[in-house]
Design a protein around this ligand. Structure first.
Ligand SMILES: Cc1ncc(C[n+]2csc(CCOP(=O)(O)OP(=O)(O)O)c2C)c(N)n1
Ligand code: SF4
Ligand SMILES: [Mg+2]
Length: 280
């Protein structure tokens, strides 16, 4: 058992083993996210040949040419429609999408809302570092007011959005929050998604030591609260989480929707046309 598990793990080429130059800063939280995801895929026996990963533009997206998987790199804020298209065309594949908080809560916020509503079986990893990292440290929609950022040298003066409250209005079936420095927690959360039949929103509070020096590990330890062992991840409990003074962490909601089981595969509804004569 261990040998075959290890063999499966080895197929997931780790960042360090590729010959592509790495562009993430030292101690970037993205390293841990990538490792935890591969660990979860391995433990759940997902074959690399059956996995497709879609990337948004951003620091997290720079992983796209450094892993031994089928990957696609889309436009900023547009990874969710891209992943949706992949899932419709290849319902048998494990589809994973990565995006930052700039892409998700600014450029692509409309796509987040509708992807949650449609509830297709996609794992969405939301890398929340509270900055536009790739474009060198501008404020995102979740940057804390008062924080001095590039393009806001006197401090951010607009209130942040609450991602969980936005989601709660879209009838999600799976919502979780985890931490980029806690490998065991991240792996367990990713594994739980792999057993969920719908859209999984997983928010990773991601360390960015280069542009977010406020929200470091110590800051999170003071400002988060783990949902307890006896927590039931249903809609009522999730609404309760929104009222907490600290940031809730854990699998906050896991209630598969009934209609997912009976939904028609769209690809089966589309008639096939022979277009070879048009290509001659
Ligand atoms: C439509 C569009 N708007 C803006 C940009 C420029 N841009 C590229 S990456 C980026 C910031 C990315 O921030 P985020 O999504 O949070 O990812 P991070 O780099 O922090 O991981 C911006 C503004 C773009 N490429 N396309
Ligand atoms: S800027 Fe931040 S998010 Fe981007 S690679 Fe560096 S540490 Fe990571
Ligand atoms: Mg970001």
């Amino acid at each position: 058992m261990f040998d075959s598990l290890k063999k499966n793990a080895d197929i997931y080429v780790s960042l360090e083993e590729t010959d592509q130059p790495m562009t993430w800063c030292d101690d970037c939280g993205n390293y841990g996210i990538q490792k935890a995801l591969f660990q979860a895929l391995t433990l759940e026996w997902r074959q690399p040949s059956e996995t497709i990963v879609a990337y948004d533009v951003g620091c997290s997206g720079n992983e796209s040419d450094k892993v031994g998987l089928t990957t696609i790199h889309g436009l900023h804020g547009r990874v969710l429609p891209l992943a949706t298209g992949i899932k419709i065309a290849h319902p048998e594949m494990t589809v994973i999408a990565h995006a930052g908080d700039g892409a998700t809560l600014s450029e692509g916020i409309n796509h987040l809302i509708h992807t949650v509503r449609h509830d297709r079986n996609i794992l969405f990893i939301h890398h929340v570092n509270a900055t536009f990292g790739l474009t060198t440290g501008q404020a995102s929609s979740v940057t804390l007011p008062g924080t001095k950022m590039n393009a806001a040298p006197k401090g951010v003066d607009t209130p942040p959005v609450d991602s969980l409250r936005i989601l709660s209005g879209c009838n999600p079936s799976f919502v979780a929050r985890t931490l980029s420095y806690d490998m065991d927690h991240m792996t367990a959360v990713f594994q739980e998604w792999l057993r969920h039949p719908g859209f999984a929103y997983i928010e990773v509070l991601q360390l960015c030591p280069t542009y977010n020096r406020v929200q470091n590990r110590e800051w999170y330890e003071r400002n988060i609260v783990h949902v307890g062992q006896g927590y039931m991840p249903n809609h009522e409990s999730f609404l309760g989480c929104l009222k907490l003074a600290k940031m809730p962490v854990g699998v906050l909601l896991n209630e598969p929707r009934q209609e997912i089981q009976t939904r028609k595969n769209l690809i089966q509804e589309v008639r096939k046309y022979d277009i070879t004569h048009l290509l001659e």
